[in-house]
Design a protein around this ligand. Structure first.
Ligand code: GLU
Length: 476
């Protein structure tokens, strides 16, 4: 017996760039299909010609590929399926389940206002529902633009099991006859989205819960046309840190922006896979591994909150887990001048020393400066720290570093013993002299990479700086 494969889909409208919200929808659909050896399909919902652009469509595909969310079917373009939708309109017309509506936006706005004022939920009042063939003909002849509305046939309860939110029920009485073809002749989202899910054999339509109230309408369309109804599942939305829906204003970023800043795709994926979905695994995971544990039951019922700290955590993890070659590729992509600065045979060492200290590849630049710049710049506060340790610290270090065979451990031990400095009072100035920073990669590795001769030079130039300072301040 042939079993139909599980099929999910991502159905973006190319009216903007990809953000966390739609990327998470794509990711969850991808993971669910992969988990069940199913098919993940891409459908571009571009019937709204006024708002859809090719540029957005291209960037959506680029983002998905960059993330590794490869689809097995599609991309389908709704703009190329008009004939199919027309056929279904004809079928509905024959059944009397569709009628032309000549109401203008202004008339509809008044009706909505009146209903709201009398405490009723706004719905289409049915003005054009009972026009006879003659009246329709006359209005058409007069050139009045019209939409098509789906006729709600009877009073019924529309019930379905949401695979995420559980049982749902809607009363058809509360749903007014709704538009399924726009005034410009294009198919409305409500219509072609439902038709395509059925036509394409989509078994699971998983999407944001802003679509939950569309679902009973779409079920009515599919039922009328005797088309298969997919299982619907609606994810709670993502909120910003302020509790308002996530938007540009409260921190949402486009995937393109993140890519340009040097975020790693796996960081974004690992973050989103845990945004509103519990995953007990705390380590960075591949898409494959994430899919093995992806479960609709683990999707939270309450809205998820975007947290930039979490995103940065996963970004740091992703940087740490890269091979040195991968990490270098990122670094040279974002900071191309480092190719000139860092000799080829030192790149592996350089990356290995700094890898766990950078979150974004652009930060490598600061460390390259620390390694390769002939002079370091100190802030006033740094200079104060250096002056406080006193010149014996410098002189002893320079003497010790003249022995090319000294190990880092004995250098540190001898210098501590001879200066009497310990802990932070010892390591902070040492780090500052060698790297120009108060915090950073492991010092032993740093010193080895630089070589003692360069370290000695750093001590000499730092010493010069404090001498100059002391002369200025008269403390010599
Ligand atoms: N084109 C719709 C959107 O971008 C798709 C909704 C759905 O997944 O059914 O919101």
């Amino acid at each position: 017996m042939k079993t139909t494969p599980l099929k999910t889909r991502f159905a973006p409208s190319p009216t903007g760039l990809m953000h966390f919200g739609n990327l998470r929808t794509a990711l969850f659909n991808y993971l669910y299909a992969k988990r069940h050896n199913g098919i993940f399909l891409l459908r571009i919902e571009d019937t709204d010609t006024a708002r859809s652009t090719e540029e957005h469509e291209r960037s959506i595909q680029e983002d998905l590929k960059w993330m590794g969310l490869e689809w097995q079917e599609g991309p389908y373009y709704q703009s190329k399926r008009i004939e199919l939708y027309e056929n279904y309109y004809s079928k509905l017309e024959e059944m009397g389940a569709l009628y032309p509506c000549f109401c203008t936006e202004a008339q509809l706005a008044i009706a909505r206002k009146v209903q709201l004022q009398s405490g009723k939920p706004p719905r289409y009042p049915g003005t054009c529902r009972h026009l006879n063939a003659n009246e329709i003909e006359q209005k058409k002849k007069a050139g009045i633009p019209y939409t098509f509305r789906f006729r709600i046939q009877s009073k019924e309860l529309i019930e379905f099991e949401d695979v995420i939110k559980g049982p749902q029920r809607f009363d058809s009485e509360h749903i007014g006859d709704f538009i399924i073809r726009r005034g410009d002749g294009t198919a409305s989202f409500m219509f072609c989205n439902a038709i395509d899910d059925a036509e394409m054999g989509v078994t699971h339509a998983l999407r944001g819960d802003d679509h939950l109230t569309n679902t009973p309408r779409q079920i009515l369309i599919l039922k009328a046309l005797k088309l298969p109804i997919p299982q619907y599942g609606h994810f709670p939305t993502i909120l910003g840190p302020d509790g308002k829906p996530l938007s540009k204003r409260n921190g949402s970023r486009s995937i393109q922006e993140l890519r340009k800043e040097g975020f790693h795709p796996l960081a974004i994926i690992n973050y989103l896979a845990r945004l509103g979905h519990t995953d007990s695994e705390v380590a960075l995971q591949s898409l494959e591994a994430l899919s093995t544990r992806f479960d609709l039951k683990k999707i939270s019922q309450s809205p998820a909150r975007y947290d930039v700290q979490q995103l940065m955590f996963w970004q740091k993890e992703a940087m740490r887990k890269c091979t040195w070659q991968e990490c270098w590729r990122q670094v040279e992509l974002f900071e191309p001048e480092l190719k000139k600065m860092i000799p080829e045979n030192e790149r592996q060492n350089f990356i290995e020393v700094i890898q766990s200290n950078i979150v974004l590849p652009s930060e490598a630049s600061q460390w390259a400066q620390a390694f390769y710049a002939s002079e370091l710049n100190f802030t006033e506060e740094d200079e104060k720290i250096l002056m406080a340790v006193g010149s014996p610290f410098f002189e002893t270090a320079i003497a010790l570093l003249s022995d090319p065979n000294i190990s880092f451990q004995s250098f540190v031990a001898d210098l501590q013993q001879r200066t009497g400095l310990k802990g932070k009072n010892f390591f902070m100035p040492l780090r500052l002299i060698v790297t120009g920073q108060k915090e950073g990669p492991e010092l032993a590795k740093f010193l080895n990479l630089m070589g003692y001769e360069s370290v000695k030079q750093r001590f000499n130039s730092a010493l010069k700086i404090i001498y100059t300072q002391k002369t200025h301040t008269g403390s010599l």
